[in-house]
Design a protein around this ligand. Structure first.
Ligand SMILES: NC(=O)C1=CN([C@@H]2O[C@H](COP(=O)(O)OP(=O)(O)OC[C@H]3O[C@@H](n4cnc5c(N)ncnc54)[C@H](O)[C@@H]3O)[C@@H](O)[C@H]2O)C=CC1
Ligand SMILES: C[C@H](O)[C@@H]1OC(=O)[C@H](O)[C@@H]1O
Length: 254
């Protein structure tokens, strides 16, 4: 069964990792997809080609989510291409691991701007368009298990993920009257570019694996199903929710 047939899905930071898997997962479920990306063109082009190979339409729009104007441009270009916005997946993020006591100011500010301001303005731009269309919509934000737990080298990052989680709770209330649902996914440790260097340390990687009841770290594709579900009408009565997608890591305390 295709869960997103005829829908237009927007995904930020979609040239790699979880965003790419979400964009392709949406296309597998019948959506046309607009992707935002920040850096080199070729991974974004590869994502567009993967979507087109599934028989769906795709566009790639370059832009830094930290700039509020990027959100307005992304939504406008998606509407130009596909006529509407049904789903926004706010995914773009950075996690430059660094110790707390000598954390550079610019690293803190950039992490806040990309992860939290970026999500805020993307969600707002998508919601403005959905309200104008008048037939509701679904917003899924990629928060993190880090919204719920700390990280020694992530003191600038975990507050942004708690912020994204909180943003979905408040926008669920603000947008419920427009039938726009707002939910977050909370991935555990997923093997992507964002943690390649951190997990190159074999000891740390093995520790994270053995903390995970399902016995392995996640792959980007592990997020595609939960994101597609929350985006779809299968989740028509789900809003303000946060779905851990972590192989059970969060509950494994004792
Ligand atoms: N990999 C993991 O273990 C976890 C990742 N997450 C979150 O998942 C999201 C996706 O990250 P991953 O797929 O893991 O890593 P990734 O590095 O593959 O993906 C992040 C994407 O965001 C894009 N991006 C970064 N800054 C941007 C900007 N200013 N404007 C537009 N795009 C920008 C990057 O180019 C990249 O494509 C992030 O928000 C991250 O915080 C959450 C929990 C766990
Ligand atoms: C990038 C980290 O490996 C990853 O990011 C998160 O949000 C998770 O909690 C992991 O720490």
């Amino acid at each position: 069964m295709k869960l997103l047939e005829g829908k237009t899905v927007l995904v930020t930071g979609a040239s790699t990792g979880i965003g790419r898997a979400a964009a392709i997962g949406a296309a597998q479920h019948g959506a046309n997809v607009a992707i935002n990306y920040a850096n080199s063109d070729s991974p974004a082009q590869s994502c567009v080609e993967a979507i087109e190979a599934l028989g769906q339409r795709a566009i790639a729009v370059k832009g830094d989510v930290a700039d509020p104007q990027t959100a307005q441009d992304f939504v406008a270009k998606a509407v130009d291409a596909f006529g509407k916005v049904d789903v926004m997946v706010s995914n773009a993020g950075i996690c430059p691991f660094h110790a707390f006591l000598d954390m550079p100011v610019d690293v803190v500010e950039r992490t806040f701007k990309v992860n939290l301001h970026g999500a805020y303005f993307m969600v707002q731009a998508a919601a403005q368009q959905m309200v104008k269309q008048g037939h509701g919509g679904s917003i899924v934000a990629v928060s993190s298990i880090s919204a719920l737990v700390g990280g020694e080298y992530q003191t600038h990052y975990t507050p942004t993920k708690a912020g994204v989680h909180s943003l979905m709770q408040s926008t669920a209330i603000a947008l419920g009257k427009h039938n726009i649902r707002c939910n977050s996914v909370l991935p555990g440790t997923i093997l992507t570019e964002i943690n390649k260097d951190d997990l190159a340390d074999d000891e740390k990687r093995r520790y994270m694996e053995q903390r995970t009841p399902l016995g392995r770290l996640g792959a980007p594709e592990d997020l595609a199903g939960p994101i597609v579900f929350l985006a779809s009408d299968m989740a028509a009565y789900v809003t303000g929710a946060a779905l851990l997608v972590d192989g059970g890591m969060y509950v494994n305390l004792q």
